[in-house]
Design a protein around this ligand. Structure first.
Ligand SMILES: [Zn+2]
Length: 432
């Protein structure tokens, strides 16, 4: 009997390991701890240096703001939002080293990290922390395009943009406060005037940010072109990133709901698909007071491309497509499979469910894996719904800003009862 059980267990186990992808392990306690120890030491030294460099109140304020942000960043590291010792880390480290070597660059305290984040992005803090999101591997086409994003970030670091942005922010904060204070003397329309002050500050701030983006693109391109990458790929990376949207724009067919939620002893209900009636809804209070475009930190990508074209016409001379390397292709495959664990890690449970359903609709392999994550996200949605916190994890329907498919999904989710959600969670969690 015991032997049979063992054979049975082994049988199940080997079946699973052959079928399902195993997500990246984030239990790398020691590496995280070592990183934090050296990070804290270096960032404290960095803050002290800035404090002395700028002196007085400016130096003090600057150092305080930096350490506030660094604490926030440390919490992110502690919450396992970064991975260590994965194939992604190896690849990104190699790329960074290649760029540094080709340009004879040396950044003391440079620390290169990989974030468990699906957004195709990277960031660089003035203290030398460079983080590359795993999501980039899902959106750029090859290793050279990935390198171009790193070059852009190293451009920001070289030009000390973090400190420059911080100083401007502090200056505007102060002049804004002075202006608002003087408004106290004028009795009429105080609110409107304070708003005008705020708006001016925001415009000035975003103008500087746009300039910084163009500067980081230019210098980044110089780093890039000296590092044996294929020149046209720099611009192509920007074009590739233009396609990004947080929520997948692909359509989730309505029949999928019936396919995945008509469960044993818990049949599908047509009323789950009912849509809220928005025809009489007043949208005017959704109208942004401040033009979205003017405050976004990255200027319209088209404008950045135009700027690059003007500065470096030679980048268009070669016109061949760089092929992704075998290593890059492997990483892109892993990054795709990490999308669901990453959404779960960042508590984007609604996006996780929508994504899982899209994978189940569009992919032929790893079905058990996607179903398992579907169940895990539903479990979190159940907990949130039970404690009246669902708003935090699931968008509200907003017909003006969402695709029809995503609205259908949100309607479905909000139509489910607590019991429905519980049943679905339990059913799908057993999929592995
Ligand atoms: Zn940038």
């Amino acid at each position: 009997m015991r032997k049979i059980l063992l054979i049975l267990m082994f049988g199940i186990f080997s079946f699973n390991s052959a079928q399902n992808y195993k997500p990246i392990d984030t239990a790398d306690y020691l590496m995280r701890k070592n990183f934090l120890t050296s990070y804290i030491k270096d960032s404290e030294a960095y803050n002290k240096k800035q404090k002395e460099k700028y002196g007085g109140k400016t130096g003090r304020d600057l150092s305080n703001t930096l350490s506030e942000y660094q604490k926030y960043f440390q919490d992110e590291v502690k919450s396992k939002n970064y991975v260590f010792n994965t194939p992604f880390n190896k690849f990104v480290d190699q790329t960074v080293n290649q760029i540094l070597k080709s340009n004879s660059l040396n950044f003391p305290n440079l620390k290169v990290l990989v974030a468990k984040d699906n957004a195709p992005n990277a960031f660089c803090l003035g203290d030398g922390t460079l983080a590359v999101n795993m999501g980039l591997f899902n959106w750029v086409d090859n290793q050279d395009q990935l390198a171009s994003v790193i070059c852009h970030e190293l451009g920001h670091l070289f030009l000390d943009h973090t400190i420059k942005t911080q100083l401007t922010d502090m200056k505007l904060e102060k002049s804004g406060k002075d202006e608002v204070k003087s408004l106290a003397l004028t009795p009429n329309n105080k609110g409107e005037k304070a708003y005008q002050v705020y708006k001016r500050k925001l415009y000035k701030f975003s103008a500087q940010k746009r300039r910084h983006e163009n500067e980081a693109d230019s210098l980044g391109y110089v780093f890039f072109s000296k590092s044996q990458f294929s020149k046209p790929e720099f611009k192509k990376a920007l074009q590739a990133l233009k396609k990004f949207d947080t929520i997948s724009p692909r359509v989730l067919k309505t029949e999928m709901y019936k396919q995945f939620f008509d469960l044993p002893d818990h049949p599908f209900k047509e009323k789950w698909l009912q849509k809220e009636d928005f025809s009489t809804y007043d949208y005017s209070h959704y109208k942004e007071r401040i033009d979205q475009d003017s405050v976004s930190s990255h200027p319209e990508i088209d404008l950045r491309i135009k700027y690059l074209d003007k500065q470096f016409p030679e980048q268009n001379i070669v016109n061949k497509n760089e092929e992704p390397s075998a290593e890059f292709k492997d990483l892109a495959k892993i990054a795709k499979l990490e999308i669901l664990p990453n959404f779960y890690q960042s508590e984007d449970y609604g996006a996780g469910i929508y994504s899982a359903l899209q994978f189940l609709q569009n992919e032929d392999s790893e079905k058990g894996y996607y179903k398992y994550w579907l169940g895990k996200n539903f479990e979190k949605i159940y907990e949130a719904r039970k404690s009246y916190k669902l708003n935090r994890y699931l968008d509200r329907v907003d017909p003006k800003n969402q695709t029809e498919s995503y609205q259908q999904f949100l309607n479905f989710m909000w139509n489910l009862s607590l019991d429905d959600i519980k049943y679905i969670a339990e059913y799908y969690k057993k999929s592995l």
